[in-house]
Design a protein around this ligand. Structure first.
Ligand code: CP
Ligand code: NVA
Length: 306
């Protein structure tokens, strides 16, 4: 694995390895209180064009806890593609750091970083995808159910970056993915056709009926209706997504075993009610913590330490 820009480009075996390493490093931290310093002398550069809590802290702590370090660069400082061409940033950071983790608006910027960098580049979310989130979420689901293959995930909400990465990750691990969105907010069909050609094993279906979507769900997942960069569309979106909320009424239709995930940040009482977030089926804070463990496993694989 050279870069981690998309899930689709890797085999299930390679992805399985990142999950196994993540689980092993998580157990090591739990059992001993620390990790062995496998990243000693290594530095990751973290670039953020958008805000972040989980992604920034999880990559920073993943490096710190394994004896390495992270440098966070905001876009005000480096002006990716504005103050300096993306391909120049890629090569400058390659000369000084061991990995580049970047959150950008345009997906093309991540692709360009990966094209020109001589060190691993990690997609820390773009408008198109959020692969680290989706893989960390599979870690959470597998911990809970002790398996992945044969499960069903119902995603309720916006057909966005998180939905797209989850659909692909689920496809790679035999998890049926039901994508439930208002008709105007589906993942674009031409793009999904292309993704499904790349990942033919995907069991992907769409619906606009949340009740149908959750009837056989093991996992019910949602994300904000208003992603970063879409703030001007907020009022329209709140109208369009009415009826797509995860609430106890919807959970009553789902199997009792169903768990609720949200990548966070959550807007309580919009896409998910406060009581579901705080309720017994919610795994959202385990899910958030697993960002740390997956980031660590991923970096270990990318840096040749696992
Ligand atoms: N889920 C997630 O990526 O959170 P942040 O935007 O806070 O990093
Ligand atoms: N879809 C959201 C995810 C945040 C982690 C966004 O892009 O803002």
């Amino acid at each position: 694995m050279k870069h981690f820009v998309s899930i689709a480009e890797y085999s299930t075996d390679t992805l399985r390895h990142t999950l196994d390493v993540s689980a092993r490093l998580k157990k090591q931290l739990r059992d001993t209180g620390h990790n062995t310093p496998i990243f000693a002398g290594k530095t990751a550069a973290l670039i953020f064009e958008k805000p972040s809590l989980r992604t920034r802290v999880s990559f920073t702590q993943a490096m710190n806890q394994c004896g390495g370090q992270a440098i966070t660069l905001t876009n005000e400082e480096i002006g990716l593609g504005k103050r300096e061409p993306v391909k120049d940033v890629a090569r400058v950071l390659s000369g000084m750091c061991d990995a580049i983790v970047a959150r950008t608006f345009e997906h093309s910027k991540i692709l360009e970083l990966a094209k020109y960098a001589e060190v691993p580049v990690v997609n820390a979310l773009t408008d198109y995808s959020h692969p680290c989130q989706a893989m960390a979420d599979l870690l959470t689901v597998e911990e809970h159910f002790n398996k992945l293959s044969g499960l069903t995930m119902a995603y309720i909400g916006d057909g966005n970056n998180v939905a797209r990465s989850l659909a692909v990750a689920c496809g790679k691990f035999g998890v049926r993915f039901v994508c439930c969105t208002p008709a105007a907010y589906q993942l674009p069909s031409d793009d999904m056709d292309r993704v499904m050609a790349q990942v033919p094993e995907m069991d992907f279906s769409t619906t606009a009926d949340p009740q149908d979507a959750v009837r056989e769900a093991d996992v019910i997942y949602t994300d904000t209706w208003v992603s970063m960069g879409q703030e001007t569309e907020k009022q329209q979106r709140l109208r369009d997504f009415a009826g797509f909320q995860i609430n106890f009424g919807l959970l009553e239709i789902a199997p009792k075993r169903a768990v609720v995930l949200h990548c966070l940040p959550a807007y309580r009482d919009l896409e998910i009610t406060d009581d579901v977030m705080e309720g017994p089926q919610s795994l959202v804070f385990h899910q958030a913590e697993n960002r740390l463990h997956f980031q660590k496993g991923l970096l270990a694989v990318l840096l040749g330490k696992a």
